[in-house]
Design a protein around this ligand. Structure first.
Ligand code: HPA
Length: 271
């Protein structure tokens, strides 16, 4: 694993031709077009990077784009891998560990999520203060390489307060109000049952989605601070009595995409 990481990192360092990104942005639903706004952009398809897996999810471009955003050098991951596609948790999280090997200072994970907290409205953004990994799996399963991180990893400081504060300050500057809460990560691909959502609410969950937790765990393991932001694309199962659909999620992700991108640029500017 360690040798593979370095092969991936060396390849990317060469591909980026002198640009040294400090922040990685994993772009979830609705945010993909942010990568198209980078200046001096260098795009590398996942399939070209040694040891990277290809994304099978529809609407996920599957490429890394390095360039300038809001005066900073960033690396956007346009499209990501999900456990429900059949990838192992370690495969899903692999790019994150490569980002650390590239010397990045932080990663911003974005996602679409269903709102469990009844105070949340569709279209809200939620800063992830903490998560519940409800997939039953971990990217750290298997032999541990102490050069990457410890066998038994602390999970108390995955989402540092300082980064969440940057998000709050950026949102205020943009005139956007942010929610805060606990993200429940599930495997999917099916949406939840109403009973599952009631259970998640009782457990302290505020939003639910099918990504992010493996990436956050791997980032914590290799010492990469995480800022995670969810776009509440729908109210979670059973809240409205309506069936959930992918169309609804995509439609809202697109509708609020522009505001989300504005927020991300303001955050990046402040890092
Ligand atoms: N559940 C799980 N994942 C999601 C949802 C949801 O309601 N909305 C967007 N991603």
């Amino acid at each position: 694993m360690y040798e593979k990481l370095h092969e991936s990192a060396v390849f990317l360092r060469q591909a980026f031709a002198g640009q040294v990104p400090q922040t990685a942005l994993v772009l979830g639903s609705g945010l993909g077009p942010l990568a198209d706004e980078l200046e001096q952009a260098v795009a590398v398809p996942f399939g070209d990077v040694p040891h990277f897996c290809q994304s099978t999810a529809p609407d996920h471009a599957g490429r890394l784009v390095c360039g300038q955003l809001a005066g900073k050098t960033v690396l956007c991951m346009q499209g990501r891998l999900h456990g429900y596609e059949g990838y192992t948790p370690a495969q899903v999280a692999y790019p994150i560990v490569v980002f650390r090997a590239l010397g990045m200072r932080q990663v911003i994970l974005t996602n679409a999520a269903g709102g469990i907290n009844e105070q949340f409205a569709v279209g809200d953004f939620m800063v992830v203060d903490d998560h519940i990994n409800f997939t039953g799996k971990s990217p750290l399963t298997g032999p541990n390489d102490a050069r990457i991180g410890p066998r038994f990893n602390d999970m108390c400081h995955v989402y540092p307060k300082a980064l969440r504060q940057v998000a709050d300050d950026a949102a205020r500057a943009c005139g956007i109000s942010l929610q805060h809460g606990v993200y429940v990560g599930v495997n999917g691909p099916q949406y939840e049952t109403p009973a599952e959502i009631r259970m998640f609410r009782t457990m302290g969950g505020d939003a639910v989605g099918m990504s992010t937790v493996f990436e956050s765990i791997a980032a914590a393991h290799c010492g990469l601070p995480v800022l995670a932001i969810s776009m509440i694309t729908n109210l979670a199962a059973g809240i409205t009595g309506q069936a959930l659909s992918d169309e609804e999620v995509k439609e809202m992700a697109q509708k609020r995409g522009e505001v989300f991108r504005m927020l991300m640029k303001e955050i990046v500017k402040r890092l």
